[in-house]
Design a protein around this ligand. Structure first.
Ligand SMILES: *Cc1c(COP(=O)(O)O)cnc(C)c1O
Length: 345
């Protein structure tokens, strides 16, 4: 791996971060806060929230087996994705390499930050080959993007190949695990201590049933997390989100229950969908959705919209011609989809 200084944009490396009022005092127990121009009324919403979200991180740290200093929290994973570009990629000079197809935000953020986005097509079974990804890199490649289970394909990437990329690449490797709670594979985050160039992304938006609160996580070395913390908006995760996250993290039995139900339904849906006349193939999945090839994706999509049922048409995505991406819903919702498709002409 190159040094973190070599991988970080020079202006970011030398940045003196904004110092917020609440950061400047420390140690003594304080009672009277007249330092941040807050309104003394309307508690608890009158006070700025914890800029480092330590209570949320304390709980996450126990749950994930990752030290608190190695956790970044943001306004969705999307904030962490954007920060990767803003911290490490010099516009018009550096580039990133990503698998294709995958989650669209990696490219959108590259385009916004004016960073070249190189893609390496997955195999026909949606697997990666480490050598192909590494061959797409040059001296200005700062980041390799992977996603496992991958969106929109649903499959886990081969762990040995992922580790080969992490071990052989000179820059940073992101593994987005938004769907890890639905997967048979364990999180790669447990291996962070071995890999100073690895960044693992997770989110509360999927298995945790909390897309509305916008809370994404990045797990990485303390040095990488310090750079994110320096660049992020001072109060990037609001109080309501922190409170709701703490509540969710306090009772994980609900999440476990949801995951169990969704995995059961996933099994049922895959079998039933495969039996449909329009279905050509259902791809293997480790996520809370599946990708299916049908006779005519656009026609099926339009038909379902007409019935008030919305799925994701991925037909224009690399390797996904005539594919629909279907999220697992409640038993009733899933049955409604199947019922509608069974009577489709
Ligand atoms: C849904 C999803 C996310 C979640 O993004 P948030 O901003 O945390 O809601 C991240 N990565 C992938 C691959 C996803 O599919």
């Amino acid at each position: 791996m190159k040094t973190l200084q070599q991988l970080t944009r020079p202006n970011i490396w030398s940045l003196a971060p904004y110092s917020c009022a609440r950061n400047e005092y420390s140690g003594r127990e304080a009672r009277v806060f007249l330092d941040a121009n807050e309104n003394p009324y309307n508690a608890p919403y009158n006070r700025y929230p914890d800029p480092l979200q330590l209570e949320v991180k304390e709980r996450l740290s126990k749950l994930k087996g990752v030290p608190q200093e190695c956790i970044f929290l943001g306004n969705g994973s999307d904030e962490a994705i954007d920060l990767v570009y803003r911290c490490f990629c010099e516009p018009c000079r550096d580039n990133v390499v990503a698998i294709a197809p995958t989650y669209g935000m990696y490219q959108v953020c590259a385009d916004i930050n004016n960073v070249e986005y190189r893609t390496v097509r997955l195999d026909d079974d949606f697997q990666i080959q480490a050598d192909k990804l590494l061959a797409a890199c040059d001296d200005n490649t700062k980041v390799i993007w992977m996603c496992s289970p991958n969106n929109p394909t649903g499959n886990n990437l081969d762990r040995d190949e992922v580790l080969k990329v992490v071990e052989q690449f000179q820059g940073l490797v992101i593994v987005d695990e938004a769907y890890i709670d639905f997967s048979r594979e364990s999180s790669i985050a447990r291996q962070l201590y071995k890999y100073p160039n690895l960044i693992v992304l997770q989110t509360m938006s999927k298995a945790w049933g909390s897309a509305a609160i916008r809370l994404g996580m990045a797990f990485a070395s303390q040095d990488i997390i310090s750079i994110f913390n320096k660049v992020k908006y001072p109060y990037n995760v609001n109080l309501l989100t922190q409170q709701q996250a703490i509540q969710r993290l306090t009772d994980i039995t609900a999440v476990e229950h949801w995951v169990k139900l969704l995995l059961q339904e996933r099994g049922r849906m895959i079998l039933a969908f495969s039996e449909l006349k329009i279905c050509k193939k259902v791809y293997p999945t480790d996520a809370n959705f599946f990708l299916a090839k049908v006779e005519d994706a656009q026609k099926t999509y339009d038909y379902l919209v007409d019935k008030g049922i919305i799925v994701r048409n991925r037909t224009r995505v690399t390797l996904c011609e005539n594919c629909l991406r279907i999220t697992i819903g409640t038993k009733e919702e899933n049955s409604e989809l199947l019922g509608a498709l069974r009577v489709m002409l």
